[in-house]
Structures are given as structure tokens and as C-alpha cells.
Design a protein around this ligand. Structure first.
Ligand SMILES: [Zn+2]
Ligand SMILES: [Zn+2]
Length: 261
């Protein structure tokens, strides 16, 4: 619960000061609210814990996710709102196909499965149920819990560490984080410093682009040693203008965020 409230609060804070990303943040606040509701329904469901096998857990997911469709249908961008209305009308079968397909092999352009399965996968991680039936690519560059791709990285000071800050990655699927090395591409594993570039703009002092010239991918990094109360998933969206820079320079994001940036 704390997790969702913290993110909703940070999103509201940043919406006030955002210029370019205001609408994205407004939409994200609504999505987080819906995701929190999904999570709460899972938690309060009587005599139920998720199995980790998506097919078995689908009935609970259906029950929990209908309000998200209604939120997107009334507040989402036009194209997504239209999709939400179709899915509300088509009913469970279309949604099942979508969820199962995403679970086997996730794609960052599939908005609805990503939005619905984030609170599900997070609930799995909290209850200790292992995700089942996912194609886990393995290795340190995907989430050790669910195999998802990294959404954003963050630096934080860690006690007892000689380095000034450690780098962690946040999973785009289950929203948990894992420790990662500092100077390594999170997509291809490139380690040569000359191939790794950082882009920074004074407007976003605590956020940077971390780009790799070997695979031409990037993700954003949020520096919590500079701004301890930042929430990487949210501040990453707030700094959406940096994505423009990255795209103009020929880099592709490792994983688009939930609002499609
Ligand atoms: Zn994960
Ligand atoms: Zn790379």
C-alpha cells in the first residue's frame, strides 16, 4: 500500500511543477490510483493468494481490473480510451489472450497487460509466489524475480559501501528493484566506459540519460543521492523531455514506461 501511496503523492507533487510532462503525469496519477485499487482487491480477496500461474489467477485479475478500464476510457488519451471501451465491451476472452500473451513474452507497447500485471506481479513478489510460465531470459540485466526488463535505474548511497553510490534497476513488470553494476549497459552488458554516455540537462538535475553506443539503447537514471525523496518511476516520467534528446540522437529506450514514453 505504502508503495502506491508514495508514488501517487510524488506524481501529484511533480504535476504541479512540470511543464512538458504535465499531462503525462496527470494520467499517470490516475493509473497509479487504479493500480492501487487492483492491488487492494488482491490483498483483501478472501482465502486467496496468487498461485503465480497466470491462467489460474485470471478470475481474480478480471474481477480486480475493470475499474482500470473505466478510468482509461474516461481519462486516457483518445486512442487508449477507445481501446478501453472495446475491451470493456468484448469482455473477458479478449483480455485473457492479451494477458497470457504478455505474460509469456512481454512487450512495452502493450499498455493494458502492463498496467494490470504490474500490481499483480508486485503482489506475487510480496507474497513469495514465483511467477510461472514466463520466458525468463535470465542474467543480471533482467529482473531476478520475474525476468522483466529494466524501466529505470537509480543511484543511492548504501551503508558500508566504499563507492559513493550504488546503482539499482527497477523492473518494468513487477516494479521491484535489483542491484546492478554502475558502469555497465543495462541492455547489452557493454562495460567499456568510452562506449557509455551520459546526458544531463540543468532542468532535471537529478535525472540523466544513460546511453550505450554499442547497442544504441538507453534508459534514465535517477540520482537519489542528490534528491532523496524522488521516486524513480515517477521522476523518470517527469523528465520526459530528456527522452526527446535521446531519440534525436538515435537511441532506443530499453523499455517504454507505462505512459508510452
Ligand atoms: Zn520483475
Ligand atoms: Zn548496450
Amino acid at each position: 500500500m505504502e508503495f502506491w501511496d508514495k508514488h501517487i503523492k510524488r506524481t501529484r507533487q511533480l504535476t504541479k511543477q512540470a511543464s512538458g510532462a504535465k499531462e503525462l503525469l496527470q494520467f499517470y496519477a490516475q493509473l497509479l490510483q487504479s493500480q492501487k485499487e487492483i492491488y487492494e482487491i488482491f490483498r483483501s480477496r478472501k482465502d486467496w493468494l496468487p498461485s503465480g500461474e497466470l491462467e489460474k489467477d485470471l478470475p481474480a485479475i478480471h474481477e480486480a481490473s475493470s475499474s482500470l478500464f473505466e478510468t482509461v476510457a474516461s481519462h486516457g488519451p483518445a486512442a487508449l480510451a477507445a481501446d478501453a471501451r472495446v475491451l470493456l465491451k468484448d469482455g473477458d476472452q479478449a483480455l485473457d489472450q492479451m494477458l497470457l500473451g504478455y505474460w509469456r513474452d512481454s512487450s512495452d507497447v502493450q499498455f493494458f497487460p502492463k498496467a494490470i500485471l504490474q500490481p499483480y506481479a508486485r503482489w506475487l513478489s510480496e507474497t513469495g509466489a514465483r511467477p510461472f510460465g514466463r520466458e525468463l531470459s535470465g542474467g543480471e540485466r533482467t529482473c531476478p524475480f520475474c525476468g522483466g526488463h529494466p524501466q529505470v535505474s537509480f543511484l543511492q548511497a548504501r551503508e558500508g559501501s566504499a563507492e559513493s553510490g550504488n546503482r539499482d534497476l527497477i523492473c518494468a513488470t513487477c516494479l521491484t528493484s535489483w542491484q546492478f553494476r554502475r558502469v555497465v549497459c543495462a541492455k547489452c552488458g557493454e562495460e567499456r566506459p568510452a562506449q557509455l554516455g551520459y546526458f544531463h540537462s540543468p532542468e532535471f538535475d537529478h535525472v540523466r540519460i544513460e546511453a550505450c553506443d554499442s547497442c544504441k539503447h538507453y534508459l534514465k537514471g535517477v540520482d537519489l543521492t542528490r534528491l532523496g525523496f524522488a521516486a524513480p518511476l515517477v521522476d523518470e516520467i517527469y523528465a520526459a523531455p530528456l527522452d526527446l534528446w535521446a531519440r534525436e540522437h538515435g537511441y532506443t529506450k530499453i523499455e517504454l514506461n507505462l505512459v508510452g514514453v
